[in-house]
Design a binder for this molecule. Structure first.
Ligand SMILES: [Zn+2]
Ligand SMILES: [Zn+2]
Length: 144
């Protein structure tokens, strides 16, 4: 299965979690829990708690990431399961680019260690405009 190859050695996930994961992978963009719920309804899942539980589990497994800035979730863009990622988020189209290595979180963990500080949560989100949105022309304004 392609998913197995993408994230080898991931724990088994429930059927509901699989459905949620498939939706996030198909969309390829961040979705809020409610947007996931809207898309999963045709599959017979109508309870928000079911979706929340599935999202939580997928975050734990490292198959998706929670984006604090958007209060949304996005499927992992890396081949392997990993710790915190650095993720750039386009504020126009909500497209995301995930950093493919642990250089930045690694640096921050190392720094925290030198301060004898125990990290319990690390979020690195970069906001801005992707190249597609940046080149979009301004809407034409009629001159008088
Ligand atoms: Zn990832
Ligand atoms: Zn964009």
């Amino acid at each position: 299965m392609a998913d197995r190859e993408k994230h080898p050695n991931t724990p088994r996930i429930t059927k509901n979690a699989r459905l949620v994961l498939d939706i996030l992978r198909q969309v390829g963009q961040p979705l809020t829990a409610y947007e996931v719920l809207d898309r999963i309804r045709p599959q017979g899942i109508t309870a928000p708690t079911t979706v929340y539980r599935a999202l939580e589990r997928l975050v734990e497994c490292g198959l998706i990431h929670r984006l604090e800035t958007l209060n949304a979730f996005v499927s992992c863009g890396r081949e392997e399961v990993h710790g915190p990622s650095a993720i750039a988020i386009c504020t126009d189209c909500h497209g995301v680019i995930e950093m493919q290595n642990d250089a930045v979180p690694g640096y921050l963990y190392g720094w925290a260690e030198t301060k004898d500080f125990t990290v319990t949560s690390l979020t690195i989100e970069i906001l801005g405009q992707c190249s597609q949105c940046r080149i979009k022309p301004e809407p034409n304004v009629d001159s008088e």
